[in-house]
Design a protein around this ligand. Structure first.
Ligand SMILES: [Zn+2]
Length: 81
């Protein structure tokens, strides 16, 4: 998966307008689940270890590298990404 396609997927999660839908654009989704607080698991840049950043805001997800990225709801642990 390329970075570009990942960004397009992420844009969908954030409620960006999509060309493949006729529905009117909704406001940006700030809380995809519960309170919008998430735990973000990601792989290190120079190693294969998994790191977890706890209690981040959902909009912060876009600042993380897409490789190996996993995002979970901090409240119900549902996987969001
Ligand atoms: Zn939740």
């Amino acid at each position: 998966m390329t970075d570009k396609s990942w960004m397009q997927k992420l844009a969908g999660f954030f409620g960006a307008p999509k060309s493949d839908t006729s529905e009117p654009a909704e406001e940006v989704v700030e809380n995809p689940c519960c309170n919008g607080v998430v735990h973000i698991a990601f792989r290190g840049v120079s190693d294969e270890r998994m790191y977890i950043s706890y209690s981040r805001r959902w909009p912060e997800v876009k600042f993380f590298r897409p490789r190996g990225l996993r995002v979970f709801c901090a409240d119900c642990r549902r996987r969001l990404l």
